[in-house]
Design a protein around this ligand. Structure first.
Ligand SMILES: NC(=O)c1ccc[n+]([C@@H]2O[C@H](COP(=O)([O-])OP(=O)(O)OC[C@H]3O[C@@H](n4cnc5c(N)ncnc54)[C@H](O)[C@@H]3O)[C@@H](O)[C@H]2O)c1
Length: 474
């Protein structure tokens, strides 16, 4: 039998499989706390970049943190999953779980990672395998089964005279709640850490691993200062299924809250109310809370839609009703068409018009375009015969490469974007848009019309600069 991992050690050997948003942030934060971390990445191009210190996506603070940790020798990148697993006490699965066309999550990356772990485990010590990927309820048990299959596949041809001894391991669920754009901050200063496990020993190991965060005993990096009055972090220990449900339910609730704000905003507009004031008025009720009540063109990103769809699939397997979950998606889909309707009201004809998209990323401070409203809006405008221009501070290149089907004229700044436009649509609320010189921008346009898809700009400022301003819900 292997050694117990709970034997107190100051630092642990950690392997993180998958160096995407979640894997890279997890790896670098754990390395920052002094653990020896190997991040395993199977995408050759991504790995080569990481090994050269180039971060393959835009996320504030990650470059600095990775640099710090590679310099201390606490973080390295590899494609050798077998060596990394053998050398580790703790193994994270942080691979992607994208949606399939039918809404079910594609778990092939998880299954491949789990089998590879099984194939690499040995009996030198007990390993803790932590699933950080967002997976449907029951996946903890499934991952355990796949790891066992991986072990058995390796042991099918034992060396002559070798005894079959199963390497000891436990699987826990540790859902991730980071937000792109503030990923390092969210990891170092989370609202809570959730761990689903079936044995007390695994829970203790998780507490040990996350002790620097739970007790806030690390010195805050200069690029991610500790928020004022931030104290100890809550550790929630549950069974596996509850941890998996917490992740899905949290995302479903956040998406639902925004869809609620949007549906109310649409009614506000009809009856002559101002959704901004209405949301302020209801958000001050502590039972409701003021965050995630901004009306606009809706949510996007890699997680909300895919996780809600996955939850709907799970519910249907159990013949459970999902009308609220389905409504949150349909309200959101509808919301993306609102800027087009507003353009039609203002311009009447869209064909032959030049429309500028301010922002492409699904939210500010990221270059992620997964399920971004900008893509739906650009598709629709192009279909209607408009000339579409776009400027995003960091996501232009991604859009060009990931959406070659979109014939967009990419611009380097807001002035270039506005030049000769019939209208602008604010899609992503980047700070630099708030501070623009609107008076000058208005003079560059054919018609100074702006649809503020995030209720982000000052209506007063824009109107004074000569714009026809249209927000959402007011
Ligand atoms: N991105 C977010 O904001 C976020 C937040 C919370 C939870 N999550 C969840 O975390 C998981 C990861 O999300 P992400 O955004 O980091 O995904 P991602 O697609 O950006 O990254 C996944 C990485 O894993 C790599 N990979 C896949 N299989 C591998 C293997 N066998 N060995 C080594 N590397 C492998 C891929 O090449 C990729 O680089 C998903 O389940 C997601 O739902 C994401």
């Amino acid at each position: 039998m292997g050694k117990d991992i709970t034997v107190q050690k100051e630092s642990l050997n950690v392997c993180v499989i998958g160096a995407g948003y979640v894997g890279l942030v997890t790896s670098s934060c754990l390395a920052y706390f002094g653990n020896k971390v190997t991040a395993v990445e199977s995408n050759r191009m991504r790995l080569e970049k990481l090994q050269k210190g180039i971060i393959p996506f835009y996320e504030p603070g990650v470059e600095e943190l990775v640099k710090k940790c590679t310099q201390t020798g606490n973080l390295e990148f590899s494609s050798d999953i077998e060596a990394a697993v053998k050398n580790s006490d703790i193994i994270f699965i942080a691979v992607g779980t994208p949606s399939q066309p039918n809404g079910e999550p594609d778990l092939s990356q998880v299954s491949q990672a789990a089998r590879s772990i099984g194939g690499a485990l040995d009996t030198s010590r007990k390993r803790l395998i932590i699933n950080k990927s967002t997976v449907p309820v029951g996946s903890g048990n499934w991952v355990e089964m796949l790891i066992t299959q991986g072990i058995e596949a390796m042991q099918a041809v034992p060396a002559r005279g070798a005894q079959k001894t199963l390497p000891p391991f436990s699987v826990v669920s540790n859902p991730e709640f980071l937000r792109e754009g503030t990923a390092i901050h969210d990891t170092l200063y989370p609202d809570r850490i959730v761990v689903g496990a079936s044995d007390a020993e695994s829970v203790e190991t998780m507490k040990q691993l996350y002790k620097p965060i739970l007790t806030q005993s690390f010195s805050a990096p200069e690029f991610a200062p500790r928020p004022k009055d931030f104290s100890d972090v809550q550790f929630i220990s549950t069974d596996l299924a509850s941890a998996e449900m917490i992740k899905y339910s949290a995302n479903a609730f956040l998406a639902l809250k925004i869809s609620f704000a949007n549906e109310i905003a649409n009614i506000c507009e009809k009856v002559g109310a101002d959704a901004r004031q209405v949301m302020k008025g209801i958000g001050l009720d502590k039972r409701i809370g003021k965050l995630f009540l901004n009306a606009g063109i809706g949510w996007g990103g890699s997680c909300f839609k895919k996780d809600i769809k996955a939850l709907i699939e799970v519910a249907h397997e159990y013949n459970s009703s999902t009308s609220l979950l389905e409504a949150s998606i349909s309200v959101n889909d509808r919301q993306r068409h609102i800027p087009i309707s507003k353009l039609q009201e203002a311009l009447k004809i869209i064909k032959g018009r030049t429309i500028g998209l301010m922002g492409l990323a699904f939210k500010p401070n990221t270059d992620d375009l997964r399920d971004a409203p900008s893509i739906t809006i650009a598709h629709q405008l192009l279909k209607m015969g408009a000339l579409v221009k776009a400027y995003d501070p960091v996501a232009n290149d991604n859009c060009f490469h990931e959406h070659p089907e979109l014939e967009i004229v990419y611009c380097h700044d807001l002035s270039e974007l506005a030049t000769n436009c019939d209208a602008l649509i604010l899609v992503t609320e980047w700070d630099e848009f708030r501070d623009a010189n609107w008076h000058d921008i208005a003079h560059l346009m054919k018609k100074p019309i702006i649809i503020d898809g995030r209720n982000f700009l000052s209506e007063e400022l824009l109107t004074t600069a000569g714009f026809t301003y249209r927000g959402i819900g007011h």
